[in-house]
Design a protein around this ligand. Sequence first.
Ligand code: IDP
Ligand code: MG
Length: 140
Amino acid sequence: MATERTLSILKPDATRRNLTGKINTLLEDAGLRIVAQKRIQLSRAQAEGFYAVHRERPFFNDLVTFMISGPVVVQVLEGENAVQKNRDVMGATNPANAAEGTIRKTFAESIEANSAHGSDSLENAAIEIAYFFSGIEIVG
Ligand code: IDP
Ligand code: MG
């Protein structure tokens, strides 16, 4: 398996409840290294751009409104098989279906306010990382 990088976002429900440290501990304990991180307030246009692939989904407007309801922490995670590993640590989209010990099972409030985002493929990871970070902000 190759060393990969993936984009993670700690969502507004997580920053609001002061959970970023606890979530980072789960990520780091799984072997993922936080090689870039910043706390930002997304604009509506920025959130719409990030989630453009979901534009036709019925929950798109609600999702964007949620994602701009407070600050987020955007991160680049690095490690062996990082894309899938982060998906595993996050758990299923709906916390009701997420496995014990996962971020979403432990912390998510709902299918929408589910505490974390993780890229779903290596190709999308590269696109999503470039959306938020320049090369010199990532220190492996
Ligand atoms: P993922 O985050 O597990 O990859 P996606 O299907 O890519 O899930 O959906 C992106 C985000 O949209 C989810 O993390 C969640 O916040 C929100 N979302 C997904 N499905 C629903 C839904 O059925 N209702 C409300 N929000 C949803
Ligand atoms: Mg997704």
